[in-house]
Design a protein. Structure first.
Length: 185
């Protein structure tokens, strides 16, 4: 069977919503997509690149992004362009975070006004009160994602739940935190 015929059959299975087709495309594409991510984010971002590829394919499946592709020949082009844009967004996000961290380092705690220290204590109390109201599963997901900095796929694998469940549990926790912290922002 020719390469084009295999690609067409795989594409047809993908368009019909076959999860095995997504898995096959992931296995076929993850190497070059990871290489693209490393070339944009830097060599030190090897693990981050793996996570980015996994998160991309989770979204590709869950958001049915493959339905936007009209024919098999456009699949690799779509994957390249969509993933390239995601990598650029990640790079911009990292740069913003580094800028914020740098600005924060310029204001050591010794220079904080007493009112800011009081506000920080109030914020800590509000955070603790909010954490007490978060359901246990949501709290665990929240801690793994935000405190241990694990990806949704890592958390899903570790907890034995789907990435979509991780997303939903995280959403519940964030909603509770927003309610408790709305006076601080």
């Amino acid at each position: 069977m020719s390469h084009n015929k295999v690609d067409q059959e795989l594409f047809n299975a993908l368009k019909s919503g076959d999860l095995e087709a997504v898995s096959a495309i992931y296995n076929k594409s993850r190497g070059w997509l990871k290489g693209l991510a490393v070339s944009i984010l830097g060599r030190e971002a090897d693990e981050e690149a793996k996570d980015l590829v996994q998160d991309f394919f989770v979204d590709f499946w869950e958001k049915r992004l493959f339905l936007r592709i009209e024919h098999a020949e456009a699949l690799d082009s779509y994957l390249y362009r969509a993933f390239y844009n995601r990598c650029l967004n990640k790079l911009k996000s990292k740069e913003r975070l580094q800028k914020r961290e740098h600005e924060y380092l310029l204001w050591p705690e010794a220079y904080q006004l007493p009112a800011n220290r009081l506000e920080n204590n109030e914020l800590n109390l509000a955070l603790n009160a909010a954490m007490d109201k978060v359901p246990p599963m949501s709290a665990k997901v929240f801690k793994l994602v935000y405190f241990e900095e694990k990806s949704r796929l890592e958390v899903a694998s570790e907890m034995g739940i789907s990435p979509n469940t991780v997303k939903n549990q995280l959403g519940k926790a964030v909603k509770i935190f927003r309610g408790y912290l709305k006076n601080f922002y």
